[in-house]
Ligand binder design. Sequence first.
Ligand SMILES: Nc1ncnc2c1ncn2[C@@H]1O[C@H](COP(=O)(O)OP(=O)(O)O)[C@@H](O)[C@H]1O
Ligand SMILES: O=C(O)[C@@H](O)C(=O)COP(=O)(O)O
Length: 420
Amino acid sequence: MLLGCIGDDFTGSSDLANMLARSGMKTIQYCGVPNGPADPSVEAGVVALKSRTIPVADAVRQSLEALDWLLEQGAGQIYFKYCSTFDSTPEGNIGPVIDALMERLGAEQTVVCPAFPATGRTVYQGHLFVNDRLLNESGMEHHPLTPMRDADIRRWLAPQTDGAVGHVSAQVVREGAAAISDALDRAAAEGKTRIVVDTVSDEDLYRIGTAVRGMKLVTGGSGLGLGLAANFREAGLLGKNREGWQGSSGRAAILSGSCSGQTRRQIAEYSKLHPTLRVEPEAVLSGTMTPQAAVEWIGAQDAGAAPLVYSSADPEVVRAAQAAFGREEVASALEGFFAATAVQLVAGGYERLVVAGGETSGAVVEALDCSALEVGPQIAPGVPGLKVAGRPVWVALKSGNFGDDAFFMKALDVLKGEAA
Ligand SMILES: Nc1ncnc2c1ncn2[C@@H]1O[C@H](COP(=O)(O)OP(=O)(O)O)[C@@H](O)[C@H]1O
Ligand SMILES: O=C(O)[C@@H](O)C(=O)COP(=O)(O)O
C-alpha cells in the first residue's frame, strides 16, 4: 500500500476512492478498520469511518485505529479525507483528528486542502466557495448536523486544533511547487503547522501535490488525491493491470436522508416519473412508519421500478422536527430507519441500492456489514458505482451536494453496468 486514507464518512470515502482509482491507483474502500491484512495488490486503501459527527474522543480513537492499520499495511503517506465543504463544528472533528494523527505520526506540519474544483469547491484567500457563493451562503449554513456559518477556513479550524493555523495564498500556489514548499517552510519557521492552502483549479492540486510529496500526513477533500496519485505515477510505482468491474440489473431502490438543496432537486426530478414515498420523522419516531412498512411499499410498486423512499426536507421543516424531538434523536431515528430498510431489502434479494446522504450512507453500509467496496465507474464527479466485496450487492453513496438533477437515473444505469 502506497497511500493510506482515512475518510470521515462513507460518501466522502467513496469520493476519494473514485478520484484515486480514476487517477490510476488500485483502490479499495474498507468499511471501518479491517480485521485482517489488505490484499497486497492494493495501492491506495481508504478506511471509511462514520466519524464526522460523533463525539470527538470517539472520532480520534477510531481514526488512530485506522492509522495504525494503514501503517501496518506499509502505507508511506497518510491522507485524512473530510468534506469539501469542511463539515465540522467549532468542537471538531476535523481539528482534533488532525492533531491526533500528526502526533502519532510525528508529523511537524500538514496541509488543509478541502478544495474540489470539479464540483465547484475552491479556496481563495483562505475562504471556501461553493461555485460563486461563499460556503456560509451556499445552503451549507442550513446543514442539519454541521451548519457551516463561516467561510474562512482558517477561522473555522482554529478553535478545533491545538496547532497554529497558517495560509498559503493562491498567488504563491500559481507560482508552482517550489514556491509552495518555500511558503510551507516559512510558515513552519513561524510555528504554523496546519496550513490552509488556496486552490482554485486542478492545476493547483497538481502543484500542491508535488509540494507535499514527502509529507507524512496530508488532509483535505478528494481533490488533492489528483496530485498525490500523480506523484506515485511519476515515480513509476503504479501497476498496470486492472480487473474489470461488472454491474447488475437486479432489483433496485433508492433511499435518501440527505436534506441538501441538490438532493431535494434530484428527488423532485425523479418523482416526476417514478414511485416515491416521503417519510416523516414524527412517523418514524412514533413507530407508525417502520422499515417493514417501507419495504412492503417498495415491493408493491411495479416490477422494474426503482422506488425512492426519502425523509429529505426543506430547512424549515428540518428545524421544526429538530426543535420538537432533538437534533440527534431525529438524525439517529432516521438513520436507523434507512439502515434497517436497506438490510431488509438486501435480505429480500434487492441488488442495487442508491443512498443519498453521507451520514445516511454510513448508517446503511455499516448495517449491511460490508467489509470492503470495490470501486467501479464514475456516476458523477465525486460518486462512483461500488460493489460490495464478495456479495451480489451494488451501491452508490451520494454526497448530499453531488450529482446533477438526473443523478438517480444515472446511478441506477451505472450500477447496471451501463455508461453514465
Ligand atoms: N426530515 C428531516 N428532519 C431532520 N433531520 C433529517 C431529516 N431527514 C434527514 N435528516 C437527518 O439529516 C442528516 C443528513 O445528513 P447526511 O445523511 O450526511 O446528508 P448530507 O450528505 O446531505 O449531509 C442525517 O442525519 C439525517 O438522518
Ligand atoms: O468532499 C465532499 O464534498 C464529499 O466527498 C463528502 O465528504 C460528502 O459529505 P456529505 O455531503 O455529508 O455526503
